[in-house]
Design a protein around this ligand. Sequence first.
Ligand code: BGC
Length: 951
Amino acid sequence: MSFGEKVAMVHGAGGGAAGNYVGNIPANARLGIPSLNLNDGPAGVRLTDSSTTAFPAPVTLAATWDTALARQYGSQMGAQARGKGVEVLLGPMMNIARAYQAGRNFEGGSEDPELAGAISAAEINGIQSQRVIATAKHFVCNDQEILRNTISSDVDERTRQEIYYVPFLASVRAGAGAVMASYNRVNSRYACESEALNATLKKLWGFNGFVMSDWGAGFSTVGGMNNGMDMDMYSGYFPSNSITNAIRLGNVPASELDGMVNRILTTMFQFGLFDNPPIGNLTSTVTNPANNQFARSVAAEGTVLLKNSGGLLPLGSSVHSIAVIGSVASVSPISTGGGSASVNLPYNITPLAGITGRAGGGATVSYAQGDGSSLSQALQLATNSDVAIVCVGQQTSEGSDRSSLSLPAGQDTLVSAVAAANPHTVVVLYSSSATLMPWASQVAAVLVAWYPGQENGNALAQVLFGDVNPSAKLPVTFPASANQVPTSTTAQFPGVSGHVSYSEQLLVGYRWYDANNMSPLFPFGCGLSYTTFGYSNLTVSAVSPSGQVQIGFDLTNTGNLTGAEVPQLYLGFPAAAGEPPKLLKGFQRISLSSGQTQHATFNLDWQDLANWDATARGWIVTPGQFQVLVGSSSRDIRLTGSFTVSSPIPPSDLANVALHQPVTVSSTLSTNTPGSAAVDGDPTSAWTSLAADPQWIAVDLGVTRDLSRVRLCWNTNYASSYAIQISPDGTNWTAIFNTNNDVGGIEDILVSGRGRYVRIYGTVQGSSGNGYSLLELEVYSQPQRPFGGAINNLPGQIQAEAYDTGGQGVAYYDDTPGNLGGVFRSDDVDLEPTTDAGGGYDVGWIDPGEWLEYTVNVPDPSAIYSIKARVASTAAGQMRVRLDGTVLGTVQIPNTGGWQIWQTVTLTNVSIAGGCGARALRLEMLAGGFNVNWIEFDRVQICGTNNIGLK
Ligand code: BGC
């Protein structure tokens, strides 16, 4: 590919230049690369005409708590997208409904990361089942519209990991082909050039699709390219001249552009877009009656029944007259949200039309708008009817947030007046998120219909008349008052001086009300049915050594109608974990006929028990007692139990210690499939063996480590029987894991053991005669912790005496006890005073293979550095410098003429791609023997868009 051809792949067109799609990467006819059309979005395929289905908004889908339905929703939308020639669908949206005012809440809608993640993952599976690339958006903490292009969401790491990242991790695990980085900043740094793109999304989670910017969200060529942005949509930050300059000036390695193109093309191949591109175009017919039917059933299943005094609903044969009131019921129905998630409605069934149609000849239906001069008419109709149905609401949109949580335009007054006129008043709320209901105690019944799409009135009528028994549950808490909410200060929403403080930390949504012992109006997870359910026979297993727990119970439909319930599992953590009182860890929608009982189970694994440890920068399981709470909502717990974690469960770790380490293998199929391909951090390359059994791959971690996890990413040719073995010397092996019935894919295996070598020993091929093929072999050990003292900041000088200390294999590796000649600490590191005045200390090294590791803080990973080291040696040698496993360069050490005769050596033009924050800087002895007095990082170029300065 020529340079120009590569650049054309990473910069998309928007607006008119994209045809009527919202984005486009043009085809490359010379190389046979098809074009890529990108289109919204989360609520249906958004086009300039009305030729696709306006499904209910995603918040309605979230309220179903039904992952099977979410998968279907994805697959119907995916099929329509593909039928219209769209290869990349810009959804699902999974930002957390942290502030109820946020204008885009209807696009996702859940305040809970577990619910948002499960619904999004199911939807992604559905979209991608149609060979359309789904886009997990917007990464990350893009939780309001006010000042969205500049606002900094200030969020601590634990909160990001435990709340805001969770749905994105679930999406990556579901195989999302693309991620969209958001407009906002996170902790002052633009999301489109955030270290989280490389460090968290790609490295830690193993995301191997491509990252695109939101439309116009890119702000810097160098910052974007160096930090993991693969495709700039519509900003103009990845045009050819900027990329050329960035590479020519050494601000971005040329390999970065190749990597970006590679990720986009690999994803296109993965989805079969070369062999089997979509054949439809914008004029193709893609909808069918089944889509309309499905849109209606999602809307009905997502309608939450919050109150039903005296069993007013469903409306029965004794109801002969119905007053329908409110502009929202007829003249201004609210069926979709606004902005990029809007879909042109092919038709719009108003609540009045739906109710009238369903009532048929059984009841008379009359209507009054109820505002202004029609108020008295509305009250008269209400007084004279058996039932009054008042429809109220507010439409929100991308681009702005609600100014208050109250209904606008006097609608509260209207509801209270109607309720006073008729005790059988039903309120139907159309809203993107929680809304205050000062009249809740005055009315007989309350339904929340969210934004129900084109089938609005028909779906409502199904619920009102009992054709559909409601089963939806609130995906957000409805507070009792505006000052009860978790984000009640201005600093928290909409922010002050360009910063919005996520100071509620983990206390998002129901966690806040629980922690503060507040009673909301309607709690998270609540929703009534026309039948009732009983919970019994809770069983809680013991915890397995690697953290599995099974929870079982019986659910019985104790009422007279068929209906569905969504049992929810919450866990209370040991106090030392520092978690909110309870966290949702599982849910399932179960449909039962009257009198029927079903046994249900929740299977937890160690990740459900883990909390983020800010010191270790990893997930840990805190030993102690966990409370098991199973119920019908977060405040309607029916069964309680507990289990205890007594022996520690191995934590996960940030660092894959097998990365770039030496590998030996039993055989390789070809020179293109060497063993090293399994530890290169690149899941598009693989080690592949010959077909005869057994076959193995062994990695030398370089130092003895306490192992906690092995992650295997199998290619199509996996092992159905294999062992994970460890060894201290590469000769004597002990198995720490065996399996005989594996099915390949990504396997994340908790192990425990201590060793320097790790071997995967395959004995039975998953597909006989094909050998074994591993895309990645990752090994995780206990997190590295700085022993003490301050973290070294770069640029700056790290003195020998400042190195971290700790056990062998943690902060240094020195396997020769008591080296001769130096001044040794108890841990055998040679730390001695220099003999020159003011020289401080030096570290002495003589054995190749030893290393020292320092924790450093990298504030600007896009800058270019020169690295200097003050060294002394009696023989020429070599030192290699790595940052988090990536080699920054190798320094030649001269023979300076003596162990205390000092010279400064320099490594120029070093780029530290990929992330700021605490990183592991490792100095490795490759050859020779020498003392190091200090090592210094000087920034020689500060890389913003264009500015180059000298230090
Ligand atoms: C929105 C994205 C959307 C894009 C393209 C942006 O304004 O934030 O969600 O996918 O436009 O329409």
